[in-house]
Structures are given as C-alpha cells and as structure tokens.
Design a protein around this ligand. Structure first.
Ligand code: URA
Length: 217
C-alpha cells in the first residue's frame, strides 16, 4: 500500500503525538555527561549506563586494559567477537598481532593502556556508525584524560578520524603527529592490526610507525 504525502504527514503527526520519535531519540542518548567524572571506576559506571541499542546484542562491555599510568595509550575501533566474550580489548587475532608489535619495540600490556572508541561489539562486526562514534567520543576523551598518557596511537582509520574529527584518510594521517584541544597527549595514527592481518605486506610500514612512536616516547 502506498500512502499519499498527506497520509504520510498524518502518520508522522500521530507518531509524534504518541512520543515515538522521543523514544527512538532517547535510545541512543548518553544519560550523563562524563565531564564531572574524576576516576576510571566512575567512568566505567557511566559508560555502562549509556542507553544504546548496541549493548542489547553484546555479551560484555569492553572498557580498557593495561597500565593506568601508561605513557602511551592505544585506541582501537570496537570489540570483536573474542573481546565481546572476554570483556577485554584486543584479545582476538588482532590483539595477538598487536601484542607481537608491542613486544617488538619493548612494550607490553604492563606498560601501555588499550581501549576502543566503542565499548560494545557492533552486531556482526559491522563498522560503527558516525552516530555511535560521536556519542562515545566525549567518554573516550575523558578516558584518555584520566589515564593522561604522553601519546595516543589510533589504530586504523575509524579511531583516527573519530578522535581527530577529520575526513582525511589513514594514509594521509600516518607519519604525522597531531594535537587536539581536549587532551594534552600527542596523537599518532597507524594501521589497525586487523588490516595488517589482511594485508601483511603493510607490516613493514607499521613497523616504521612503531619504531618512530617508540623513539618519541
Ligand atoms: N578490534 C578493535 O578495534 N578493538 C578490539 O578490541 C578488537 C579488535
């Protein structure tokens, strides 16, 4: 059945009066601004309360792991299936590669901190939506400020673009360093380990990024 424009308007008005649009909008709204939060525990509680449909499909919230006094923080995109099962960032295949890359430059999970833009796995590992990334950005900034690292390394284009609020591609962002007003750390962008698993020929380039990052630490 095809509705005429007038009928569509009537349906929309009926939905609006019934509060349907308010309910949909509220579904993806962060209830508490993270601004006043001063500890990681408080932030974790606030993130857990974010009202978003993503978490209905997820098993666990994935917050962060590593050294809370780290000088370097790695920022991924979103948990995958294994991270969702264990509630820990980067424990699947990508995580194993990340661990190897860290070890290669003398780092490990006791010296770095690791988190993601999204704390819940998107269904079927789909790419996070712009709305989801925008919703969680203030929480990510607070997370970074509570750890207070000297450096943030964004893993992959999605994390880089969200943190830096840019449309530049990863290849344009790699090899440079950035500052944004909201955090004091210097920001770098490199490949996501999942991409390196698919394109092993790029591991050499990632190695160059990691050596540079280590030399600046
Ligand atoms: N990919 C990510 O971006 N983050 C994880 O935690 C795992 C895979």
């Amino acid at each position: 059945m095809k509705l005429s424009p007038q009928q569509l308007r009537q349906v929309a008005e009926w939905f609006s009066e019934a509060g349907v649009f308010d309910v949909i909008a509220e579904q993806n709204v962060a209830p508490q601004s993270p601004k006043g939060i001063s500890t990681l525990a408080e932030l974790k509680t606030a993130v857990a309360k974010v009202n978003i449909s993503l978490k209905e499909c997820a098993l666990h919230m994935v917050f962060g792991v590593g050294n809370e006094n780290a000088r370097i923080l790695f920022l991924g995109e979103a948990p995958g299936a294994e991270e969702d099962k264990q509630g820990i960032p980067f424990v699947g295949q990508s995580g194993q590669l990340l661990d190897k890359m860290l070890n290669a430059v003398g780092l490990d999970r006791t010296t770095v901190y690791i988190t993601n833009i999204l704390p819940w796995r998107p269904p079927g590992n789909r790419t996070p939506t712009t709305e989801e990334m925008t919703l969680f950005r203030p929480y990510v900034l607070k997370h970074i400020n509570l750890i207070n690292p000297k450096m943030v390394v964004c893993l992959g284009g999605t994390a880089s673009k969200t943190l830096l609020q840019t449309n530049e591609s990863l290849s344009q962002l790699r090899g440079r360093s950035f500052r944004i007003g909201e955090i004091s750390a210097e920001i770098f962008a490199t490949f996501h380990p999942a991409y390196l698993l698919r394109s092993p020929s790029q591991k050499r380039e990632a190695w160059i990024d990691f050596l540079r990052i280590k030399s600046l630490l």
